[in-house]
Design a binder for this molecule. Structure first.
Ligand code: NAD
Length: 712
């Protein structure tokens, strides 16, 4: 099929241009350049033209840049890429300079390049529907809006008001877009769009000059040298560098272009913007983020790791065993997705307490205007607290979230699995116990699976699904479908001690403990963790997770006779013994951990320095940072090499959404692609020579180098 921009002139001299490109969506690529160029030329030559409506034949109004070609841009293509950005801009400039007004009729999502096209129209009308989202999310892919988006937004809203849209990639609904001044009107049905656009054109034949092309145009809030903006101009770069820690080039470049847009004439600013986009498109950060957040996330969400031949199923009735911290969160997200939830604990009071958690969350949401009393009541009505197993009869899925104790988990499994509906699935939310071993207590081990949530459940976007040796395809498919029902992203892994996420995250905690144990200052270790881009340092995060949990997991594994074949946990065991057993410090909520806590915040526990700190021991900052990062990357590689991870996408998305891998890396496997495979292997060799065998580079890297492949 060849794409077209359908061109239809009515009796009133209004031309409707309907974008209908050959691919599944309209996108900015070579075909677009050709079609838009032709359409604009035709409009310029059109006799008796009275107005233009720009519409879309697709469900999505316009999808934005062509990410495949963006991914392929190399330094040798920089000039061509820059010229193409300039070409796209000059067409939009010609469109907005037509002697008649142009209206964008927004019938679907207009994000990124899609909204940039709308910004080049004099008037923007959107269908007020949930499918319609408006915004410039380029920053989340390490890019900037390079189709005039930065410059037009600054001229439209002013530097300060445009900032959340440009620097944070904020997306909004049509009514929010209307109140923020991004669009001018909404209609209630898609059919009303073109008539409303034409009516506006008839009423406003003279509204064909964009604000920024009008004589005496002033940028709202002032230009870059305005005293009114002084505070913003000083504060914004500082806030940005605090947020990005110097690791994200995109927001810095966007701010730079935005300030230039408030300083230079419009057309020069557009060229500065094209240069900024070209610069960003070449960065490893953009390649990483596009690969992982767009291509791999789409692959996961479209079910690449789900067994294909099993029909999709919906969980209607869900049982949850244990209404503690995790169980109550699982109840909330499931009831929110419309399921009937039976929430079981050892007493009705304990179960009621778990249900009350949903009430608290909903009250907060109502306060922020994000929910209503009616919605709250409807959701609460779907959660049935109980202490009786009989109420679980007919559940499509039962998830246990009781204490981390194998006998208890085995016992409740035996008590409840007969209550499942035909083909029902029993899932464990254990974070440390091997799924295959837990399934041994089941009458139907093929119906048993690990469904590992992250805390807090209502906020964390990931669920790690763990397939035991006997788990069937039907069971895996149901766990996958359930995860998507609650609007979370599922990754699927094979069973191993600590699965993928916990075992990889565990190496971060372990290396932090080792660095302290060998005598480095704990604050330096913690701060350098943050400098790599982790949300918090390894010591702070262990305090949160709690050293008590690590102690308990070690104890349980010892009781079960389970040993970790991959790592030597001796230093961590010594650290836990020192902190928890000798000093009663089990973590932030267990009398403190590495740090002491009070209302004013946290301070380092002096006992740690007394015991380990050696003032004369020093190693380079870069080694500390690489040790904290490489341990996790190497563990991820081992997971891939041994089949714990079944796909690269699961490794990347799981590491970012589950365990805080820095976003600019694109996840722990994608990181290696742009770091360079040989360079990675060489750095591992250096670290191994200096710090030990745990930095030995897994064979799979050499295999990829020999095959001239990357981790894809
Ligand atoms: P929790 O201590 O907050 O809650 C456990 C609940 O189970 C309690 O309310 C307890 O009364 C209840 N319970 C005990 N015996 C029961 C029985 N026979 N029937 C029904 N309920 C019973 O624990 P949690 O932090 O919610 O953890 C639960 C599970 O989730 C554990 O396996 C844990 O490893 C796992 N997990 C925890 C986290 C986390 O961050 N806390 C993350 C992922 C997974």
């Amino acid at each position: 099929m060849t794409g077209t921009f359908e061109y239809d002139k009515d009796a009133d001299g209004i031309v409707t241009v309907t974008m209908n490109m050959s691919g599944p969506v309209n996108a900015m690529n070579d075909e677009y350049e050709q079609l838009m160029g032709d359409a604009v030329s035709k409009l310029e030559a059109e006799e008796g033209l009275k107005g233009v409506v720009l519409a879309s034949a697709k469900k999505v109004f316009f999808a934005g840049g062509d990410l495949n070609s963006l991914l392929a841009v190399g330094p040798e293509d920089a000039e061509r890429f820059f010229q193409s950005a300039e070409q796209i801009k000059s067409q939009l400039r010609r469109l907005e300079k037509l002697p008649v007004p142009v209206v964008a009729a927004i019938n679907g999502a207009a994000l990124g390049g899609g909204f940039e096209i709308c910004l080049a129209c004099n008037h923007r009308i959107a269908w007020d529907d949930r499918s319609v989202q408006i915004g410039l999310p380029e920053v989340s892919l390490g890019l900037l809006p390079g189709g005039g988006g930065v410059v037009r937004m600054v001229n439209l809203l002013g530097l300060e008001a445009a900032s959340p849209f440009l620097l944070e990639g904020k997306k909004v609904s049509p009514d929010q877009a209307l109140s923020a001044g991004l669009i001018h009107a909404t209609v209630d049905s898609a059919d009303e769009l073109v008539p409303a656009a034409k009516a506006w054109l008839k009423d406003n034949p003279d509204e064909h000059t964009q604000p920024w092309d009008q004589k005496g145009h002033k940028i709202p809030g002032g230009n870059a040298s305005s005293p009114k903006l002084a505070q913003f101009m000083v504060g914004a770069p500082t806030m940005l560098s605090q947020k990005t820690r110097g690791l994200m080039p995109a927001p810095v470049e966007i701010l730079d272009v935005a300030v230039n847009a408030a300083r230079l004439d419009f057309d020069t600013a557009l060229t500065v913007e094209s240069r900024g986009l070209t610069k960003l498109a070449l960065t490893p950060e953009a390649k990483n983020m596009i690969t992982t957040f767009f291509f791999q996330l789409n692959r996961i969400n479209s079910g690449a790791s789900r067994p294909k031949d099993v029909p999709r199923k919906q969980v209607k009735k869900l049982g949850i065993l244990g209404a503690g911290m995790m169980g109550q969160g699982i109840a909330y997200v499931s009831a929110k997705a419309g399921m009937d939830v039976v929430l079981k604990d050892i007493s009705v009071e304990a179960a009621e307490k778990g249900k009350a958690y949903s009430e608290t969350l909903l009250d907060k949401a109502i306060k922020r205007g994000r929910s209503t009393e009616d919605k709250k009541q409807a959701l609460l009505d779907r959660i049935h607290p109980t202490a009786s197993n009989d109420d679980l009869a007919g559940c499509d899925l039962i998830i246990e979230a009781v204490f981390e104790n194998i006998e208890l988990k085995n016992k409740i499994l035996r008590e409840t699995e007969s209550q499942l509906a035909d083909g029902g699935v029993w899932g464990s939310n254990t974070s440390t116990l091997p799924i295959t071993q837990l399934a041994e207590a089941s009458e139907k081990p093929d119906n048993f699976i690990g469904i590992h949530f992250f805390s807090p459940v209502d906020k964390m976007p990931l669920v790690e699904i763990i397939r035991g040796d006997k788990t069937s395809d039907e069971t895996l498919a149901l766990a996958f479908d359930y995860t998507q029902q609650i609007k979370k992203t599922p990754i699927v892994v094979n069973d191993s001690l600590g699965f993928f996420t916990s075992r990889t995250f565990g190496t971060y905690l372990d290396e932090g403990a080792r660095l302290v144990h060998e005598g480095l200052h704990p604050l330096r270790v913690d701060n350098l963790g943050k400098a790599v881009g982790f949300p918090v340092g390894p010591l702070t995060v262990h305090d949160e997770v709690s050293q008590e949990l690590t102690r308990k997991a070690n104890e349980t594994w010892a009781e079960m006779g389970v040993t970790d074949q991959w790592g030597d946990g001796s230093i961590m065991r010594e650290m836990i013994d020192f902190l928890v057993v000798q000093n009663g410090r089990g973590g932030r909520h267990h009398n403190g951990g590495y740090f002491d806590y009070n209302e004013a915040g946290k301070t380092l526990w002096p006992g740690l320095l007394d015991r380990f700190h050696k003032a004369d021991h020093n190693i380079p900052d870069q080694d500390i940072k690489d040790r904290l990062l490489f341990r996790q990357v190497i563990e991820t590689l081992k997971c891939l090499q041994t089949g714990v991870l079944r796909t690269v996408a699961d490794g990347n998305i799981g590491s970012i959404m589950g365990i805080g891998a820095p976003a600019h890396t694109g996840g722990y496997l994608q990181f290696i692609n742009t770091y360079g495979l040989q360079r990675f292997a060489d750095r591992c060799a250096e670290l191994e020579a200096a710090y030990g065998e745990r930095f030995s580079c897994p064979q799979i890297v050499q295999d990829k180098i020999s095959a001239d492949e990357t981790f894809a």
